[in-house]
Design a protein around this ligand. Sequence first.
Ligand SMILES: Cc1cc2nc3c(=O)[nH]c(=O)nc-3n(C[C@H](O)[C@H](O)[C@H](O)COP(=O)(O)OP(=O)(O)OC[C@H]3O[C@@H](n4cnc5c(N)ncnc54)[C@H](O)[C@@H]3O)c2cc1C
Length: 395
Amino acid sequence: MTHPDILIVGAGVAGLSLATALGREGFCVTVIDGAKRPPPPPADRAIADWDLRVSALTPASIDFLERLGAWSAIPGDRTGCYTRMKVWDGHGSGRIGFDASEVKAPYLGYIVENRLTLQALLQCAETCPGVEVLWDCAMEDMAPTDSGWEINCEDGSTFCAPLTVGADGARSRVRDWAAMPTRDWSYEQSAIVGTVTLACHHQHACWQAFLDTGPLALLPLADADKVAIVWSLDELQHEPIASLPDEAFVSALNRALGDDGPRAEAVGPRASFPLRQSHAVDYIDEGLVLVADAAHSLHPLAGQGINLGLSDVRVLAEELTAGKAKGLAIDSPVALKRYQRQRKTENLAMMVAMEGFKRGFGSRNPLTVIARNIGLGLVDQQAWLKRWFMGQALS
Ligand SMILES: Cc1cc2nc3c(=O)[nH]c(=O)nc-3n(C[C@H](O)[C@H](O)[C@H](O)COP(=O)(O)OP(=O)(O)OC[C@H]3O[C@@H](n4cnc5c(N)ncnc54)[C@H](O)[C@@H]3O)c2cc1C
């Protein structure tokens, strides 16, 4: 049996960033993941060579990745900076535009392929003293003991640490084994993701259309004519569109983008995933803590999933480090409660806002349509209100 200070289940962006942050503070950390070690991502730039899972990283997330040494390990020619956002209501005339120059910021964020962020964090974790990352090591079950949770893996290995972290994503088995309840909403929508070549330069803009079938987002990649799409569709519309051959899919996409969006020319391989919002009632239990998607997964319409996850990681690492400096035990409820208090409030506020957005823009009630179109127009004309919205997006 292996006995680290902290065992992290899941070597995704959350698990690896937490391991690096804690390893640097002198904790002895083991990370286990059921997947195989991810190979180095391809450097080719054909439409099929881009990761289907991308993240819109905010300046605050980039700053945290920089401090871990991961941001500079991501190839700069593969990150897409965005300085503008264009949002419109496909059911009316409402539109709003945000520009980084309005808040005197150099940019609003970067679109980065998930596998590149992961690879950079893996380099940091593997070279960090005190951190061990084990692949092909899936947790099978776990049970409480007097000295922490005992974690048994499919390959027969066993771990026991005073503190176990569930960073094992939205379908967290750690959360399930510890019987930590969640509040769940199904949107009865699925999202199609893929890479699209445009007929024009993407102008470093994120486009978001609120259509009556669900939101459609275009996120600018490092190549000036390529964007990642996240097209959320009600279940009834999803299958017929997802199964279209490439050419017909591009035509459907252009119809959905209408006159407000850019024109698509080609699409690469696509994937779909069901949209659910889920929030753990508690993030902590005795000797156990949940972070990122294991604690909360939300609608991709605001592109905030990984940003909230990285904030969880930053706060948990800070609280555990502060606890250590005060001589508290690693699993001290004092530090864990402080983490939960700070993160639950912010995550819940974002989830409630997403729910409101989704409901407001999902409504076909004519009065709601008029109200939201007037609302978008009003915000667009109020410089101070736009600055406030952008301040929220940058943090
Ligand atoms: C298509 C798509 C688009 C997205 N777009 C955005 C966006 O624009 N902006 C944004 O901020 N977020 C976005 N997100 C969300 C973002 O990707 C997630 O919030 C983020 O990746 C969650 O990271 P994580 O480390 O918590 O979980 P994950 O990335 O899910 O990692 C969990 C890890 O745990 C491992 N694991 C699971 N079970 C076990 C087990 N039993 N034993 C051992 N290991 C296990 C898995 O192999 C995996 O490596 C998007 C998500 C998707 C799917």
